[in-house]
Write a protein that binds this ligand. Structure first.
Ligand SMILES: Cc1ncc(COP(=O)(O)O)c(C=O)c1O
Length: 426
């Protein structure tokens, strides 16, 4: 086989993959409409904008988007906000937990899944992930439950729903809430049920890389009316819908989504279904190609995952068998024209913030003396799968690659095969 591109050979692929975001004159028209109306924020439509049932016409785009996104995900209420970090934080705040309560979070995730807990003076307890899916491992959750545990957060990582059957059963048994961080899971399904609709609340992100985007943005979904009203209040600085504008009922923040974001997201939502089906076809096809290669294996698609979002297409690289560090393998793949990425570089709990406990007031807040001895470095031992995924195993391909055609998938597989066959050059 030919010389690796990283060593001066010609790359498997020179053509760029499908670019992201996908947009056209529909987003342009929606944006222009908002721009020309001069109504650039939700308050322009009156301060008492309903949480539900807004009518089409002269209405807030953000309010309409909330309704449409919630309906699509089979939820009653949607509360849009500036980003998905804010929505996680607000949702947890609306639970009104006590300082020092614990929330179980998966070890392999983005920092926001844990900082939203800390921002509420609560303590994140990391639980390792399943080696086949990189979703929180239900097998390990019960060992982490203490008398301070109040909730289990799942992250539907990469667009594959976590095992909601077992997690819901554990939560019910211990009287815990379930929270879904659905930042990767727009339109995904577990046994025909939409991700984001199987818990007290879920949180989605519309940041630039996500499967639906307005550059930034987030939304909370819930079926609980009182909970939705609390979240809505906190997005609006603590106001209450229907009450005077200078009346603040609880500690809030300005987390409002702009009308520009709402308008773009309404169009992006129209594109979602078709794109999910396409990514799913390509992702499953790519997995059949990688199944035939020694040294790499796709993550396992659970048969109960009825819609996989493939926000990240992940495969496992067997560093030990191949004898080349993951980093070098990924660099070689990139040189072949495949924008692969090694993902998280080390366990989340190994970040200086956790090692030095640089949280609120420089440490854990008052009332958390119980946690003085917590040593986040010790999670490395408790989370071997997450450690392995970061250090040597996980390789990520971004979702936009899966918006291409079968030839694109063939190129990806060919490049991987080429690097594996010529590993001695590395
Ligand atoms: C798992 C997860 N949760 C939460 C977030 C936060 O979303 P945002 O970037 O909109 O704040 C992200 C963003 O990358 C994420 O990957």
């Amino acid at each position: 086989m030919s010389t690796l591109a990283i060593k001066g050979g010609s790359p498997v692929r020179r053509k760029p993959f499908t670019e992201w975001p996908i947009f056209d004159e529909q987003e342009e028209a929606a944006l222009l409409k908002v721009f020309r109306s001069g109504k650039w924020w939700r308050f322009a439509f009156g301060q008492g904008v309903e949480l539900t049932e807004p009518e089409e016409g002269e209405h807030s785009q953000t309010a309409l988007f909330q309704k449409e996104f919630a309906e699509y995900h089979e939820c009653k209420y949607g509360i849009a906000a500036a980003n998905g970090t804010g929505t996680l934080e607000i949702g947890i705040r609306a639970m009104d937990l006590a300082v020092g309560d614990e929330i179980i979070v998966p070890a392999y995730t983005y920092v926001a899944s844990a900082t939203c807990v800390l921002q509420n003076n609560l303590v994140p307890i990391f639980v390792d992930v399943d080696p086949d899916t990189y979703n929180i491992d239900p097998e390990r959750i019960e060992q982490a439950i203490t008398d301070r545990t109040r909730a289990i957060m799942v992250v539907h990582f990469g667009g594959q729903p976590a095992d909601m059957d077992r997690i819901t059963a554990i939560a019910d048994k211990h009287n815990l809430a379930v929270i879904e961080d659905a930042a990767h899971a727009h339109g995904c399904e577990w046994k025909g049920k939409k991700a984001g609709s199987m818990s007290l609340f879920s949180s989605f992100s519309f940041q630039a890389a996500k499967n639906m985007t307005a550059g930034e943005g987030g939304i909370i979904l819930t079926d609980d009316e009182a909970f939705a009203a609390e979240c809505d209040s906190m997005v609006w600085s603590g106001r209450r819908t229907g009450r005077p504008w200078y009346e603040f009922h609880r500690l809030g923040w300005n987390y409002r989504m702009t009308e520009f974001q709402g308008a773009i997201l309404r169009v992006q939502l129209q594109r979602l279904e078709k794109q999910i089906l396409h990514r799913e076809r390509m992702g499953d096809y790519l997995s059949t190609l990688l199944d035939g290669l020694d040294g790499v294996s796709p993550l396992v698609r659970d048969e109960r995952t009825t819609r996989h979002g493939y926000h990240i297409y992940m495969f496992r690289y067997d560093e030990q068998a191949i004898g080349v560090p993951k980093e070098k393998f990924v660099d070689a793949l990139v040189a072949e024209g495949i924008p692969a990425f090694g993902g998280y570089t080390f366990g989340l709990y190994r970040n200086p913030m956790f090692l030095n406990k640089k949280f609120i007031n420089g440490g854990f807040p008052l009332g958390t003396e119980y946690h003085e001895d917590i040593d986040y470095a010790s999670f490395a031992e408790k989370c071997p799968v997450s450690e392995r995924a970061c250090n040597s195993e996980a390789v990520w391909l971004p979702q936009n690659l899966l918006l291409g055609n079968k030839k694109d998938m063939d190129d990806i597989a060919e490049a991987i095969e080429k690097v594996l066959k010529n590993k001695n050059e590395l």
